[in-house]
Design a protein around this ligand. Structure first.
Ligand code: SAM
Ligand code: SF4
Length: 327
């Protein structure tokens, strides 16, 4: 019988985000440094068996019903469908966040292995700007990857757009049009201070409200009832799909956050902005029982704070970049 994993603020946790690698074939300016990061040595990365054990513990002990694979870029991890099959067997809602660049070759295998949903990150529809932002000439492959995901039967396919002042804000309506035409749900994400270059500043954040106003000017919208997810989702009045904003900075979701994050080297984090982590890999490799692991997970979530303090003088950016946490 599963016991809910509740923190001291009463939030029940049921969503596990698993980073399967810290490596990535892109170098997005808002995430990684131009020269990349020192990759974690292969032997320090959790094996599929270790990941499955941690995931199973969350599902069977604590009733988690949602798992999302991320990275780095999850599709650069060899044999990913093998892991997907192991996690799909747990009977959870299994999703992945990817830069989409390899989906043309991998989408079918991932779908067949039991992956249900994908979010593809894409921050510009202009090839040159895309290349500047990702430091890779990859827009055509990503757009083809989005099509491949739809063709493989992922439903829904969502497109994540990190919206930044003076960088890609002028593409908001273009992205909305793209989503309507391709049958994908576009989600605009506010820029967060988790970039390797520490170039984040509040003035570069485009507030979700401003994004919605720009879209609604062209395509009238109606809000949908907000579920247990960070996105505020809207429906186009003409029935051509949905669009969402994740206002993590201007309207934090912390009071309802139900996520726990596992890094590629097996550290458990109770928040994107957490300064502390629990070293599950040492426990896993040191012969810990499931009771020991469960106690560590419980302690991690119990230590969770009320929410991030972005914008306040007390906020300190964590040492990990988004690519080392997983988003
Ligand atoms: N490589 C995959 C990808 O790009 O989708 C998965 C990992 S990536 C770290 C997960 C998500 O975090 C992506 O949607 C990415 O756009 C987002 N992200 C990265 N850095 C961010 C930042 N500083 N602020 C907001 N979102 C960010
Ligand atoms: Fe790689 Fe994703 Fe970070 Fe871009 S956002 S550098 S694709 S991990």
């Amino acid at each position: 019988m599963a016991v809910p994993l509740v923190d001291s603020y009463g939030r029940v946790h049921r969503d596990l985000r698993i980073s399967v690698t810290d490596r990535c074939n892109f170098r997005c300016t808002y995430c990684m440094p131009e020269d990349g990061l020192a990759w974690v040595p292969r032997e320090e990365i959790l094996t599929f068996e270790e990941i499955e054990r941690v995931a199973r513990l969350h599902v069977e002990r604590f009733g988690f019903d949602s798992i999302r694979l991320t990275g780095g870029e999850p599709t650069v991890r060899a044999h990913l469908p093998v892991l997907v099959a192991k996690l799909a067997a747990l009977g959870v809602d299994l999703a992945m966040t990817t830069n989409g660049s390899t989906l043309r070759t991998s989408a079918g295998d991932l779908r067949a292995a039991g992956l249900r949903r994908v979010n593809v990150s894409c921050d510009s529809l202009r090839p040159e700007r895309f290349a500047e932002l990702t430091r890779r000439d990859g827009l055509a492959a990503v757009l083809d990857g989005i099509d491949a995901a739809v063709e493989a039967g992922f439903d829904p396919v969502k497109v994540n757009v990190v919206c930044m002042e003076g960088v890609n804000e002028d593409e908001v309506v273009h992205f909305a049009t793209f989503g309507r035409e391709r049958g994908v749900e576009v989600r605009f994400i506010e820029f967060m201070p988790l970039d390797a270059d520490h170039a984040w500043s509040a003035v570069r954040v485009v507030p979700g409200d401003r994004i919605l106003a720009a879209i609604a000017d062209v395509y009238p919208l109606r809000p949908l009832v907000r579920g247990d997810e960070p996105a505020e989702v809207f429906e186009y009045l003409d029935g051509r799909g949905r669009v969402g904003v994740i206002s993590s900075v201007t309207a934090p979701f912390c009071a309802r956050c139900d996520r726990v994050r596992l890094t590629a080297e097996g550290r458990l984090r109770n928040c994107l902005f957490s300064m502390d982590e629990i070293d599950l890999r040492s426990l896993l490799r040191g012969g810990a029982t499931d009771d020991h692991l469960a106690a560590a997970v419980t302690a991690c979530v119990a230590a969770k704070g009320p929410g991030h303090q972005i914008g306040s003088v007390t906020f300190v950016q964590p040492p990990r970049t988004m690519s080392q946490i997983g988003g």
